[in-house]
Design a protein around this ligand. Structure first.
Ligand code: HPA
Length: 250
């Protein structure tokens, strides 16, 4: 049996309906780093073994800064996953990052703080390694996501710099201006430390992001929440189709 593909569902993928023969953990798995956000759902989806974790936990209750990213990554690694696809809802900073668009980011700027961001925090656990993070997302996995999105006719953004803020509040217009000057194309709250931890754990990792709103100060007067509401359902649907298409190719 091949290794399951890990899927981390976020605001743009609250649940993975249609997992065949699903075996769900009785509880959120306990790891040396604490409990994961919620029970893992393991089973077959689109012909592949998958293991799904809800980043914000059941009922979408865990705020971005309070997520136990280490436990989520460790729980997927413990389930035998070698590859992880992270789904995320993001705001669009660059004009091309329009609401509804699927984006496969290639770079990260991390503005988050105070999160448990490494597995190397205890000398007793073993030797320190400074992992190479030049390319934070695994290129082959990114290519597979882009190809699948193209097959579906989605016109995905083939690269983007993903700025990661602390949340849970949205940003100020000046913060988005600064992020734009820094080169960020999209903004989300959960991209880090998740990607860095996946690298430390030796997992292939890529992100399928859905733009659900224009970022603060870019909305042309539209209320951000109204835009998110209007975009999210279609975004979730598109992400499910993307997963159905990409999984058999991995
Ligand atoms: N900012 C930060 N995170 C987000 C946004 C945003 O505008 N939209 C969705 N996630």
């Amino acid at each position: 049996m091949s290794a399951p593909i890990g899927i981390i569902g976020g605001t743009a993928l609250a649940n993975l309906a249609g997992v065949q023969g699903a075996a769900t953990d009785a509880n959120a798995p306990d790891t040396p780093f604490g409990r994961a956000s919620g029970p893992r759902v393991a089973g077959r989806f689109a012909g592949r073994e998958v293991c799904f974790v809800m980043r914000h936990g059941p009922g979408h209750r865990i705020a971005p800064h309070a997520i136990n990213y280490r436990a989520n990554i460790r729980a997927l690694a413990d389930a035998g996953c070698r590859q992880v696809i992270a789904v995320a809802a993001v705001g669009g900073i660059a004009p091309a990052m329009r609401p509804g668009r699927i984006v496969v980011p290639h770079q990260i700027v991390d503005y988050s703080w105070g999160r448990a961001h490494t597995f190397y925090d205890d000398p007793a656990r073993g030797e320190l390694d400074h992992v190479d993070f030049t390319d934070p997302y695994t290129p082959a996995l990114r290519r597979a996501l882009i190809r699948a999105a193209e097959q579906l006719g989605f016109d995905p953004a083939r690269q983007a710099v993903h700025g990661v803020t602390q949340g849970p509040r949205l940003e100020t217009a000046a913060e988005i201006d600064r992020m734009e000057r820094d080169g960020c194309d999209i903004v989300g709250m959960t991209g880090m430390p998740e990607a860095g931890l996946a690298r430390e754990a030796g997992l292939d990792y890529a992100c399928a992001a859905v733009v659900v709103n224009k970022a603060a100060g870019r909305t042309g007067g539209l209320a951000i929440h109204a835009e998110i509401e209007a975009t999210l359902a279609q975004g979730m649907h598109d992400v499910e189709r993307l997963l159905e298409t990409v999984l058999p190719a991995l």
